[in-house]
Design a protein around this ligand. Structure first.
Ligand code: TYD
Ligand code: MG
Length: 454
């Protein structure tokens, strides 16, 4: 530690001065300044020796080389897209969802895909290798590079991984793992934390990618410490109604891709199949014209989905009218009904209102507002609307229709699915007119303009 130079510091308030003063200019105390030596706490700045080797550890951005095989890909395009373009080397992914939703099925299918890159190890604490093999036969999974173990001690698993160096490891599930270093029983928060710490360490040190299955509690939370979600690189949640054959996989966190992306799969006799054209999927079973139904292109993550909004009103036979909403924010519906009453003279204040988005998705995109409102108007006035027309736009309380983001993406999706026209915000006109679309574009500034056109 080298002596640099002296300075003076006030013992009362900490004021710092380069020369001695009789009275501190900051707190006005007399004789409080004391001499101190400035000492570098890190290194001797005179010699500036790189004793810790830190200088060699800093990368120049321009010189960083990306590994050619940085991401592992599968033949399931939607799965890769959700991951942000494939599985990253050394990435740890947590997959959660209700029992029976398809976590083990999906992971066994992807396990086979990853064997193209090297060995894949499937660790199951819940099923025997024979049980997994029999599921694998059903899924046409067969590979020389796929290994199964029925081991739950993370110490032993670590030993195997370090020696055999598999590229991808699947742990089904984290709740069954334990560390022989810790006294508590498997499934407890302490054990889950311990095991996950070890997994993350193995992943980063040896470039092994991990998928971890996490069971969820009745409240829909990952069983175990909340910390689990912070420790991993990505969290994917499997959703879907029991009995329905499709499944939604959603990215809740993704260090190597965007969040709130979702991919749709259908559960078939021989495993999960990606649904490539999800809009077609959500929009099936519709007539030419419908009362109370309107299609909206909504953004989920970076992808556009076409969803149908359905409304129904009935006379209320109770004092307080009901507002039953499935798949849309209930408060938002209250606001939209208020706008419809005030700005359009719609009489729904004393009626029961039901709003439904078929397909099990929940819309958070505010640009669906106009579609919801049109579907309500359609049912209240009993006017059928063409199902080849969609609506885009967020509504303000004054009845103004606000600009929508990613308008081009939304219009392209409508075009692709054979829509003929779409209501869009006037505020998007400039942007939209730069391109050409095979759609009739109906620009709206506010609801008054919509009423005129009805
Ligand atoms: P599974 O992957 O075991 O769910 P999880 O691991 O999330 O608990 O999925 C079990 C369900 O999927 C079960 O109800 C049977 C059904 N299934 C199919 O419909 N087709 C298939 O090919 C497979 C393997 C399972
Ligand atoms: Mg399972």
């Amino acid at each position: 530690m080298g002596k640099e130079k002296s300075f003076y510091i006030c013992g009362e308030c900490g004021y710092k001065s380069s020369k001695w003063l009789g009275k501190c200019p900051s707190c006005n105390t007399w004789g409080s300044l004391e001499e101190k030596e400035e000492v570098s706490t890190f290194i001797n700045t005179k010699t500036s020796k790189n004793t810790s080797g830190i200088i060699d550890k800093v990368y120049n951005f321009a010189n960083i080389e990306l590994d050619e095989n940085y991401r592992y890909k599968t033949s399931i395009g939607e799965f890769d897209r959700l991951l942000g373009g494939g599985l990253v080397k050394g990435e740890v992914i947590l997959i959660t969802g209700n029992p029976g939703i398809g976590k083990s099925t999906l992971l066994l299918q992807t396990a086979k895909e990853y064997t193209a890159y090297g060995d894949v190890l499937y660790i199951s604490g819940e099923e025997s290798p024979a049980q997994i093999k029999s599921r694998g036969d059903r899924l046409n999974v067969n590979s020389e590079n796929l290994y199964l173990i029925n081991e739950t001690d993370i110490q032993k698993i670590g030993e195997y991984i370090i020696i055999k160096k598999p590229k991808v490891v699947i742990i089904d599930s984290i709740q069954t793992l334990y560390s022989s270093n810790s006294d508590s029983i498997p499934g407890t928060p302490t054990q889950i934390k311990e095991s996950t710490l070890k997994i993350v360490e193995l992943a980063k040190k040896y470039d092994v990618s991990f998928f971890i299955v996490g069971h969820i509690t009745k409240e829909g939370k990952v069983a175990g410490p909340k910390l689990l979600e912070h420790m991993v690189d990505a969290v994917f949640q499997f959703e879907g109604e029991e009995g329905l054959f499709y499944r939604i996989l959603r990215s809740e966190k993704n260090r190597f891709g965007s969040t709130n992306e979702l991919a749709i799969f259908s559960m078939e006799e021989d495993g999960l199949k990606e649904v490539k054209n999800s809009s077609e999927f959500f929009l099936s079973e519709r007539e030419e014209k419908n009362v109370g139904s309107m299609v909206v292109p909504v953004l989920e993550g970076t992808k556009v989905f076409l969803l149908e909004i359905q409304s129904l009103v009935t006379d209320s036979n109770m004092g307080i009218p009901k507002r039953i909403v499935q798949g849309y924010d209930r408060n938002r519906i209250q606001i939209l009904t208020a706008i419809a009453e005030k700005r359009m003279g719609l009489n729904i204040g004393m009626k029961d209102l039901f709003i439904n988005i078929p397909g099990g998705l929940s819309i958070k995109d505010p640009a669906a507002d106009l579609g919801v409102l049109i579907s309500m108007v359609s049912i209240c006035r009993n006017v059928a609307i063409s199902q080849k027309i969609a609506a885009i736009g967020e509504l303000g309380l004054r009845g103004e229709i606000r600009k929508a983001f990613f308008i081009d993406k939304r219009l392209r999706e409508l075009e692709k699915l054979g829509f003929k026209g779409v209501y869009i915000p006037e505020a998007n006109r400039k942007e939209v007119e730069k391109k050409s679309y095979n759609l009739k574009l109906i620009y709206l500034k506010n609801l008054d303009e919509f009423i005129e056109r009805m």
